[in-house]
Design a protein around this ligand. Sequence first.
Ligand code: ZN
Length: 505
Amino acid sequence: MKNKLQALQKIDNEAKILEGTAALLSWDQETYMPVKSIQNRSKQTALIQKIIHEKCTDQKVGSLLKDLGATEKSISTENSFTEIENAFLSNFNRKYQRDIKLSPQFVSDFAETVSVSQSAWVEARSKNDFKMFAPHLQKVLDFTKKKAESIGYEEHPYDALLDEYEPWTTTAKIKGVFEQLKGQLTELSNQIAHAQPIDDSFLNESFGTNKQKEFSLLLLKDLGFNLDIGRLDASAHPFTIAVGGDDVRVTTRYNEYLIKTSIFGTIHECGHGLYEMGFGEKIKNSLLANGASFGIHESQSRTWENAIGRNVAFWKFYYPKLQKLFPERLSTISQNIFYKAINKCEPSLIRVEADEVTYGLHIILRFELELQLLSGDLKVDELPEAWNCKMKELLGIVPDSDANGVLQDVHWSIGIFGYFPTYALGNLYGAQFYDSMLKNNPDFESQIASGDFKTVLNWYRENIHQYGAIYSADDLCKRVTGKSLNSDYFMSYLTNKYTGIYNLI
Ligand code: ZN
């Protein structure tokens, strides 16, 4: 049995090396690749993806898995393997069972469709013309429905899609969590709307980008991001990518008039990077060196960005440093005014710029529309109107254009349905973990107020990072906090914080 397991581990290890190679090509594409080099690059990437797919869905893999006790739904743990080995088998099998349900022809046809659809989306967005994008979205949606049918599901086609990003979670479960969250967030957002508004206009004045970069690097180093096995670069959309266990790259973006974007983009991606750098030695270079789910990955980035990076104690340490870098802009602005400005809450049109309170409502909107599109209750050409109605219902504002409404996100154009919920789940998991961390580390505030992040990082390393994907998101949540996911933690975190900032009663 042991040699069969080793044979599977060898295949996984080679796939991981190929994935790292593809990751490097993709990192290069988003950062330094010359603009006209895309044709060859897409061929290189497609070929590597094809080799990985073939390697991991080979008949040999199927028989090895079967011999090791795997069935379509699960693996038998009646064996002499360790917990990590069984977790490896279970994860490998889960991925295999999904992959073999999609024919290579389907995968390549879908890939071609989304590549055309994405460029149509870019043009439609720049021209504010949804009609131009609609036929492409229809095609992508048809493929997505076929994909869900091929993979199979118990209740809702959305289950099959969600499972790719949040393994072992169901649509019904997310619906229940979001239903409760929707009411809670709306109530808090309404309360804040009646409070004295915060003026954050000074944040949109000119802040030199070289100094922004200097500050971003300082933050990364201080927070524990190891620059000997990582890098910081700039890209249009910030991201984190692991080229290997000892090569984790993050990006941010610099805009002279948007200093908040580079600071919080950097801290957010640093949170993802710290997770990637923290996987235990025993799982490095295997498929377990991965987030437990996309929601859990996002819980790390959101915690560093918001709970830590927008914390009043954090700026006790960093505000004097930022003032020193930008004396002409910040010398007359007090620390308290700065703190309130970076936490300003106000309903806005664009998801990626939303504050901590209203962000979840943007996600719920997308989740509800995706469900309707998948079930056929909503037609593609009805989408802009449905979007605007939901914006009115959830955030009380209506987009001035489709470019700032239904066309704002890239996800649907590239066939990513079922992903949006992970952003909101990240906030929820993050707050629940954060609550446990605070209980175990009562000196947290004085530590970060003096620029000491070691204790907090170690807590995350020990309780979350080292395990990678050994445990499912739900099991990990129960291990760390004693309970399954519960939105009350997030709500009490937000209510405490915003009651202070807006003097709510
Ligand atoms: Zn993220």
